[in-house]
Design a protein around this ligand. Structure first.
Ligand code: NI
Ligand code: MN
Length: 225
């Protein structure tokens, strides 16, 4: 049994009873997050890109927990230079970890660090754990190759950005769901800031109209499958 908990924005905690994997832990300075960085425990931290609202507290959490950060080559180097362990990979590549498999997928976005330095290319991520596959879109615009991701992987849960402005809006995210064909989709990356205001109920309704399942998770709410 895998459980995923929505910490807000693009931050998720995945657990299977043995391992805990944190994704894009933007907690400090996040107006929606109620969990504090000092209260999060994680064995692994996946970072999709270097923007501050995704790299977030990854380094201090990794330092406190001796977590392994899994991310692209450029961000991994940055993490190593900051004294935490990192596993470097890149788009199209996968790797088997003790908890399961991680593969980085394309994402159309940017990936500079908060100081403007180069953070490689942004990514989405496929995580396979206990035979279940989660696809976290990262920050991205809609792209047709999502069809290929859906054809080559049986996606149990698709975590998809819907906030517009920096990423897909609701209608593009609904099209992404049609491409990926997940068993369930859960929206993310909305309402954290005014510029990404979006209505998850409208998204869920439109997904269901297309014959797919959608579920909205509140902050700190979990879903098990
Ligand atoms: Ni971003
Ligand atoms: Mn973002």
């Amino acid at each position: 049994m895998v459980s995923i908990t929505y910490l807000s924005h693009s931050a998720w905690l995945i657990k299977n009873g043995e391992h805990t994997i944190l994704i894009d832990p933007f907690l400090s300075g996040n107006p929606l997050a109620t969990v504090k960085k000092d209260d999060v425990k994680a064995d692994y931290i996946i970072v999709t890109h270097a923007h501050g609202d995704h790299l977030g507290d990854a380094i201090p959490i990794a330092r406190a927990n001796k977590s392994l950060i899994i991310t692209n080559f450029e961000i991994a180097n940055y993490c190593s230079a900051n004294g935490v362990s990192a596993h470097s990979m890149h788009i199209g590549g996968g790797h088997n970890f003790p908890f399961g498999r991680v593969k980085l997928t394309p994402a159309w976005h940017g990936s500079s660090f908060p100081d403007g330095s180069y953070g490689g290319t942004p990514a989405g991520v496929l995580i396979t754990i206990d035979g279940k596959t989660i696809y976290h879109s990262g920050d991205t615009g809609l792209f047709l190759d999502m069809q290929l991701i859906g054809q080559m992987n049986s996606i149990d849960v698709f975590l998809v950005c819907i906030g517009d402005n920096f990423t897909m809006d609701i209608n593009d995210a609904v099209k992404a769901v049609e491409f990926v064909k997940p068993k369930l989709t859960i929206p993310m990356h909305y309402n954290t800031f005014d510029v990404i205001r979006s209505d998850p109920e409208e998204f869920a309704r439109k997904v269901k109209e297309k014959g797919f399942n959608a579920r909205i998770l509140g902050i700190n709410e979990s879903y098990s499958f």
